[in-house]
Design a protein around this ligand. Structure first.
Ligand SMILES: C[S@@+](CC[C@H](N)C(=O)[O-])C[C@H]1O[C@@H](n2cnc3c(N)ncnc32)[C@H](O)[C@@H]1O
Length: 191
């Protein structure tokens, strides 16, 4: 295992995010492709997890991992879900850590969200908000005023099907993130 330096973040805060519970907020702007956290994980082997963990609160927090399910220690367990995430994550199986990296420029005061993938087990409180923001932006571009109250909060695609925790985002965000990282790495190397 490599020796991994952890982060001592002074600009990220845990804050009450209303119906979503606690979430991670930045008080400073963060450039794109910035590693904002490296969370060590605690691995629950598959058998132990299916016997115990999956029947507890843990199931709202765990990530799919080689050989079982993993609890991210620290910030990694506090990111809420968005289907337009501003943070990607990459599992490092060898070192048993998850790295979180911004996928775009983030403004001071924004909440940092990852994607849990398509199979949510709760009604997504971010979805309506994002649609509202997009509509707002479109209206502003057109020079029209904001249209209020057209978008309610959408329901989750599969409420009550939490059989996997935070586990499916590899397909979606993981690939997107990896693609971006490759560009990032080759930029870094000057290749
Ligand atoms: C990994 S935890 C995130 C931290 C959590 N908010 C807390 O206070 O401990 C996942 C849980 O947060 C809530 N959550 C995360 N994203 C959400 C969203 N977009 N809409 C509603 N609830 C959300 C759900 O209750 C979910 O089970």
């Amino acid at each position: 295992m490599d020796s991994i330096q952890l982060f001592n973040q002074q600009s990220l805060f845990i804050q009450d995010c209303g119906p979503k519970g606690r979430g991670v907020i930045t008080v400073v702007a963060i450039p794109t492709r910035t590693v904002i956290d490296i969370s060590p994980i605690l691995l629950f082997p598959s058998e132990e997890y299916s016997l115990h963990g999956q029947h507890t609160q843990l199931d709202h927090y765990t990530y799919r991992w080689q050989g079982g399910m993993a609890l991210a220690l620290g910030l990694g367990s506090m990111f809420n879900h968005s289907n337009k995430p501003n943070v990607g994550f990459q599992r490092d199986f060898n070192n048993k850590v998850i790295r979180y990296t911004t996928l775009r420029e983030i403004e001071a005061g924004e909440e940092l969200c990852i994607s849990y993938g398509p199979n949510l087990w709760f009604p997504d409180m971010e979805m309506g908000k994002e649609e509202e923001q997009e509509q707002d932006q479109r209206s502003r571009k057109k020079g029209a005023g904001r249209t209020n109250g057209e978008n309610g909060h959408a329901q989750a695609t599969s409420p009550g099907t939490n059989d996997s925790g935070i586990s499916d985002s590899e397909d979606e965000t993981g690939e997107l993130f990896l693609a971006r990282m490759q560009v990032f790495e080759s930029d870094d190397d000057g290749k």
